[in-house]
Design a binder for this molecule. Structure first.
Ligand code: ZN
Ligand code: ZN
Ligand code: FE
Length: 758
């Protein structure tokens, strides 16, 4: 038997996640002595015991840590002589030590808490704020670091003796659970509406009653307010649409459990796992019934419905009994950030909600629900927010300086930013479209908040090339004020690098970047791009034939404008649907017809040509309904004709033959659904041909897919399969969104590289 000593440093997310109680259990199990303390990078331990026992302990550390802990690295060092510890203790953190700790995202109520919630003998029976070290609010209640109760929205609720005892008991599941509370000491639920008020159990009762009656309830959640109503009453759903001025954009649902979701959607095993994951995102599931008999047409006009499961005790208590499926949509005034305060909710939602289910714990940080598809067993983000933020994304290629900080400012639509501390990058939550002062204020606020949370000050800024984005203007002002460099990065290049960083790639790739629009290096608007390059730079190798957009930005809403442009270019101006002649006259005169190589706009134009959608009520609607139409048909391999032509240094997809064939097929009576599928097959065929040529020229065999168009799952699946069949290695997004929300990560990776070279 040989006694030894071991010094261990654990890097990662290990504070406030039940790591020390876990350590305590392990040292008891293996009869070890010594100490543990929290440090700036994570935790530090000194352990003495039998050599075998120490090895077993290390084994557990790599296998069986608490659910919220995330270990990045374990460094160990054997030592002699021994200190001959006789007990195990938790040592105080060194005062004044730099805090480089991580902050946990908000996590859904765990199974243990759920059991207690529903157990009549438990002292937290039906208490809507039950939580423990393994679950509950985190990011949304933190005001400042260190992560102690006094720096959270729980500061207003001093712990009672019983909770205090649990908090201090290392054997308790609530040891050092900062938001821990109970009915005696914690937040309270209350209800207001229709001239009535109630609290606690009565408040829940009143809220449930209101919902049952087919009325609309505002519910204060984790990262903001929701508006809720019964999903099975079309008239109620339509009333919510009227009051919210949200005519067509799909609503999300909250279902009591997976079985409830299965009543309206198909749920694969992988999708079920995502629904049940501790992040509890909204998962975009395929409808069980599509077409004219679709019972959920008022909830979502396309082939999918966003579904989430209850993630807070309030939701769990609300969705019991007869209430199995509710519409659950973010409560905000159009285009403004989600509402988070009681007073704001009362005034802003006065004409919308019939009743309010409120509580007295503040939401300190707004955080909307995350939205994902299931793709190859992973979440594929439409929106990365609650449950995931502020977990870091590791930048593999970055250097080792631990305090270096770069702030990447993102784009304009679906704004988000990304801030780094050494190799860790922290993508922000969903902020919204940076098109009004309120959203800009929220954006600036969150940048400051992230700087505080992670104790960093940017040394360098990086923004989009577009001079008019509010994020660019913010970057210019900050750079001037702080006297730090500002790097400007082309939009589609940033998309490409985002997908590279997302997949830990640093070597040259072929980037297929398809989106709405972004400013190109030549001053024109791009959007259907084939690039090659790495973090050092890029070459634009292919694109699509430019189209003219009569009316400029108006064309993104009035899709017939694009249809007119496509027809005019293709020499088919007489054909097609009823298109106002004024568009053709505008095109002929060339007045206010900016050009763009946007593939998103091509989708819009084709959607209008096929009579699927002529105006876009929300961003991307034309393309989304085109995808939905294609998914209505049996799978087809048919394509339409296309050409690739050389234009200077660029290979260009000429869509005119495609448009001409589309018109001809339509006139011949082909279904619009099949034509939608054929159009997308054409694009994937064209892309594969383009990639073949680029590969021959460059020898690059890795391809990344990025840009908002790759949230078209039909396109994503088909193009990935096609390229893989040709022997390419294809990478799609895993940890950030393919749309502009993910752009900041790419900007940051490029800036990081640029900085390293200086
Ligand atoms: Zn719990
Ligand atoms: Zn208590
Ligand atoms: Fe984009």
């Amino acid at each position: 038997m040989c006694k030894r000593g071991m010094h261990v440093r654990v890097r990662g997310i290990v504070q406030g996640v039940g790591f020390r109680p876990w350590i305590h259990r392990m040292v008891e199990k293996y009869r070890l002595c010594g100490w543990v303390r929290n440090t700036g990078f994570g935790a530090e331990l000194e352990l003495e015991g039998e050599e075998e026992a120490l090895e077993s302990f290390l084994g557990e550390l790599s296998r069986d840590i608490p659910p919220l802990a995330e270990i990045e690295a374990v460094e160990k060092e054997w030592y002699t002589p021994l200190h001959h510890y006789t007990e195990f203790r938790i040592a105080a953190s060194r005062s004044g030590e730099r805090r480089d700790t991580m902050i946990s995202p908000d996590i859904c109520t765990c199974e243990d808490c759920r059991r207690e919630l529903l157990d009549p003998s438990d002292r937290r029976y039906r208490y809507p704020f039950i939580n423990c070290t393994n679950c509950g609010p985190r990011f949304t209640i933190i005001r400042d670091i260190p992560y102690d109760r006094k720096n959270t929205a729980m500061a207003a609720f001093p712990m009672c003796g019983t909770c205090r005892a649990e908090y201090e008991d290392i054997r308790s599941r609530r040891y050092h659970a900062e938001p821990d509370c109970c009915p005696d000491c914690g937040p309270r639920l209350f209800y207001e509406g229709e001239g009535r008020t109630a609290s606690d159990e009565d408040a829940l009762e009143a809220a449930a009653q209101l919902l049952l009656e087919g009325k609309i309830l505002a519910v204060k959640g984790l990262g903001g307010f929701h508006l809720a109503c019964r999903a099975d009453l079309p008239e109620t759903v339509r009333e919510l649409r009227r009051r919210k001025h949200r005519e067509e954009k799909p609503f999300a649902l909250m279902c009591a459990d997976v079985e409830a979701a299965r009543e309206i959607c198909t749920v694969s095993a992988a999708e079920e796992q995502l629904l049940l994951s501790r992040e509890r995102p909204i998962v975009l599931l395929g409808k069980k019934v599509r077409g004219p008999a679709d019972p959920c047409a008022d909830i979502s006009e396309n082939g999918r419905i966003g579904v989430m499961l209850p993630y807070t005790p309030i939701h769990m208590l609300l969705l019991t009994g007869t209430l199995r499926t509710l519409v659950m949509t973010s409560a905000n005034r159009s285009d403004l950030p989600v509402i988070r305060e009681n007073t704001e909710a009362r005034s802003a939602l006065a004409g919308i909600a019939d009743g309010f289910l409120l509580h007295d714990r503040d939401i300190h940080v707004r955080c909307d629900d995350s939205v994902v598809w299931e793709w190859r067993g992973h979440p594929y983000f439409a929106r990365r927010s609650r449950g995931y933020v502020p977990a870091p994304v590791l930048l593999r290629d970055a250097g080792q300086e631990e305090r270096r900080c770069i702030l990447a400012l993102g784009a304009e639509q679906k704004a988000s930013f990304c801030i780094s501390r050494g190799r860790h990058t922290f993508p922000s939550q969903h902020i919204g479209d940076l098109k009004n002062m309120e959203t800009l204020a929220h954006y600036e606020d969150q940048i400051r908040h992230f700087e505080t949370l992670f104790q960093v000050r940017p040394e360098m800024l990086v923004c989009d090339l577009h001079p008019d984005y509010l994020s660019t203007r913010y970057g210019e002002e900050q750079a001037a004020r702080e006297q730090i460099p500002l790097l400007r990065v082309q939009h589609h290049y940033a998309h490409m690098c985002s997908c590279m960083a997302d997949n830990g790639l640093a070597e040259p790739v072929i980037g297929i970047v398809w989106d709405g629009t972004g400013l190109g290096t030549d001053g024109t608007s791009w959007g259907g791009e084939f690039l090659t390059g790495d973090f050092d730079g890029f070459v634009r190798r292919g694109s699509i034939r430019r189209m003219r957009l009569p009316g400029g930005d108006l064309a993104a809403r009035e899709l017939l404008r694009i249809a007119a442009a496509l027809l005019a270019e293709a020499g088919e101006s007489a054909a097609g649907p009823e298109i106002p002649a004024v568009y053709f006259r505008q095109l002929a005169a060339g007045v206010n017809c900016p050009e763009s190589s946007s593939i998103g706009r091509l989708f819009d134009g084709v959607s209008a040509l096929l009579g699927i959608r002529e105006t876009a009520g929300y961003e991307g609607q034309g393309a989304i309904l085109l995808e939905a139409a294609a998914e209505m048909t049996e799978e087809t391999e048919e394509t339409l004709p296309w050409e690739i032509a050389r234009n200077g240094a660029l290979e260009e997809y000429d869509w005119r033959p495609t448009v001409r064939a589309l018109i001809k097929e339509k006139a011949a009576g082909r279904q619009k659904e099949i034509l939608a599928a054929m159009f997308m097959n054409t694009l994937t065929g064209m892309a594969a041909e383009m990639v073949r040529r680029i590969r021959e020229e460059t020898g690059i065999r890795k391809a990344v897919l990025s840009g908002g168009c790759f949230q078209n799952i039909y396109l994503l699946k088909r193009l990935t399969a096609l390229l893989e069949a040709e022997g390419l290695e294809v990478f799609t997004h895993r940890r950030v969104s393919a749309n502009d929300e993910g752009i900041a990560l790419g900007q940051l990776a490029i800036a990081e590289r640029r900085r390293k070279q200086e």
